[in-house]
Design a protein around this ligand. Sequence first.
Ligand SMILES: N[C@@H](CCC(=O)NCCCC(=O)O)C(=O)O
Length: 257
Amino acid sequence: MRPIVGIISNHYMINDQYPAHANGSMNTEAVSHVSGAIPLTFPADPSVVAVDELLEVFDGFLFTGGRPNVHPEEYGEAETEAHGTFDRNRDRVALPLIRAAVDRGQPVLGICRGFQEVAVAFGSTLHPEIRDLPGRDNHRMPPDGTLEEKFALRHPVRLTDGGPFARLMGGTEVQTNSLHGQGIDVAGPRVRIDGTAPDGTAEAIWIEGATGFVLAVQWHPEYNAGDDPVSRPLFEAFGEACRTWRAGRAQAMRRAG
Ligand SMILES: N[C@@H](CCC(=O)NCCCC(=O)O)C(=O)O
């Protein structure tokens, strides 16, 4: 059987009335078609799921993008208007789940808000609006336009020579899309910035001392994941890590009994 990837959901109001947990189908398609895993969305609500249960059910985790920002309380700062909207339920599931999965060596892939969650889970702070910082660019998507226009490639990302991303992508410069307002301000002690945009914004990170696959990107590789030369190796490597985790789990169960 294919490994099972848990994809964290966002909270939506369908027709402004009906509460739902959902994520974009680009994520499920990338996990199924490119990672070769079964994509299962789980609710980001600590009143209905526990971290320990999720760790047992899934072989790896995809922390997706999502409009609401990680609450600044999670990195020791006070809430201001610039921080925008929040999803405290997702914070309360994502942050402990990321720490626990990384601790066990269970695969984690973070995308956009998921990148910010991985960063915060390991002690980073975020800036609420990076375009307001001197010398920094606007990394937000165009407010109008088609999906193709919103997810179009926007800037290069310089990768560390010999680092995990450059090895995966076969080069030290890649082109990426960009759909975010926040960004890493101060990186946590174990957070290694492996890719940066021309204005210095952190775009790709990994976690020092992690025994399993933990990569996170500020861009959206789920878009066009099958064809994009940057997205494809990332989702393929994530799938491989999930297969390895599942095989290890099966072996441990056979030994136990
Ligand atoms: N809130 C953060 C993260 C931005 C992000 O994940 N954008 C993608 C949104 C996709 C969606 O709406 O589901 C920030 O702005 O920095």
